[in-house]
Design a protein around this ligand. Structure first.
Ligand code: XIL
Length: 398
């Protein structure tokens, strides 16, 4: 993935994150939706929903067995922007999130560097606030993520741990985080992006080159352990692999296809395979997406789309052409249709719903406009493409 701005150092992000945490806690406690008794909270939410679309929202359009989700902005690249924490301070953002979606994913708030910034300290407040918000709004939560090569804290990456210590650290982290939210998280992305881009194998190698610290130090068997520990900590949560570049049938997705069969044969509690779906209109649409989901479904797995966004190379004036908007809407629609056509594809999440907070311009040079609403929460053709596709599926009895 190309980086157009130098990513902030882990330390810088951690400090900002920590500095914000107490404020967020205070604010979350003061916000009516967090502290008020249930009836009041529900009334406030009904009023908010009325202001932001009424019945006319994505969650209302969706078939009952499909969770329609968004990432909840916070941490990561947000910490470097000139706006306050969106989830804590942007009232319209919160209200629309409640009105439009039935599933929430912490964009960064449950990643290692954020939730476990020091070896002996967990920063739970932001994830707690997301889970509480979800419950108040009758939304489910996708946990993201427990076992990854990226956004790990410095103490972990620079620490001089023995293999035995590392194993104990991972076990403790998974048990603590998954255990804390047991019964309140529907799906966990246990292992994120563990396969090399070319599908030639697992990400083994130095962390500076994208190696996964756990697999590199502890061997492939640690993947099964991670799933087992997560399952012990919350037997009800569905446990997933999650990756990008696995939308179609290719070497990378096939690597997962084989890995999952091996693990299932050993009795490892793997429940699902998820495609992130970071697409760009400058590339063709992965037309075999449905067939790919279908082959995982046929293994008895749940499938999910977890991070869909469709970016584009913007013209000089920064405004997408109508052809670009139409192509983007088409990509959103086809991804959703693929999921809807696969029986156990029960969760469909977009990686943010407004361009105001999208990670795309920060990470992809000259690209943007990747979400379904403008900076001002104006619905784009892509929004309506999702809405009408959901309605059709609901009417069609999915
Ligand atoms: C991104 C976040 O959106 C940014 O805020 C952060 O700075 C970097 O990570 N795949 C994933 C997500 O699994 O966690 C990433 O999220 C996007 C790619």
């Amino acid at each position: 993935m190309r980086l157009h701005r130098t990513p902030p150092t882990t330390t810088a992000r951690r400090l900002v994150g920590l500095a914000l945490a107490p404020t967020m806690l205070a604010l979350a406690a003061a916000a009516p939706s967090a502290a008020a008794p249930r009836a009041d909270a529900q009334q406030a939410q009904a009023q908010a929903a009325q202001r932001h679309g009424g019945q006319d929202t994505l969650r209302r359009a969706a078939p009952r067995d499909l969770a329609v989700g968004t990432a909840v902005a916070g941490g990561g690249h947000h910490a470097e922007q000139d706006y306050a924490d969106p989830f804590a301070y942007d009232v319209e953002y919160r209200e629309r999130m409640a009105a439009e979606f039935s599933s929430l994913s912490p964009e960064n708030q449950a990643k290692w560097e954020y939730i476990h910034p020091r070896r002996d300290f967990y920063n739970f407040y932001p994830m707690d606030a997301i889970v509480r918000f979800a419950e108040e709004n009758r939304q489910v939560v996708r946990g993201h993520t427990l076992f990854w090569h990226s956004q790990n804290p410095e103490w972990l990456e620079q620490g001089d741990f023995t293999d035995e210590e590392l194993r104990a650290i991972l076990k403790e982290h998974i048990q603590t985080v998954v255990g804390r939210y047991a019964g309140r998280v529907q799906q966990w992305d246990v292992a994120n992006e563990i396969v090399r881009d070319d599908g030639s194998g697992l990400r083994v190698g130095p962390t500076s080159e994208g190696g996964n610290i756990w697999i590199t130090r502890l061997g492939e068997g640690i993947i099964a352990d991670a799933f087992r520990w997560a399952h012990e900590a919350d037997p009800r949560a569905k446990l997933f692999f999650n990756d990008y570049g696995v939308e179609g049938i290719n070497a990378k997705s096939t690597y997962y296809y084989e890995l999952v069969q091996d693990l299932k044969a050993q009795g490892v509690p793997v429940d699902g395979f998820a495609i992130q779906g970071h697409l760009s209109t400058q590339y063709g649409f992965p037309g075999d997406l449905q067939a790919n989901l279908q082959r995982f479904d046929a293994l008895g797995l749940e499938t999910a789309v977890t991070e869909l966004d469709v970016r584009m190379v913007l013209p000089e004036n920064g405004i997408p052409t109508s052809a670009q908007q139409a192509q983007q809407a088409d990509y959103y629609r086809r991804t959703l249709q693929a999921c809807l056509a696969v029986e156990e594809c029960n969760s469909f999440t977009i990686w943010g719903f407004t361009d105001k907070y999208s990670w795309v311009p920060v990470f992809f040079a000259a690209e943007g406009s990747a979400t379904v609403m403008t900076d001002d929460y104006e619905r784009k053709p892509a929004y309506y493409a999702l809405q009408s596709t959901l309605r059709d599926a609901r009417r069609g009895g999915r």
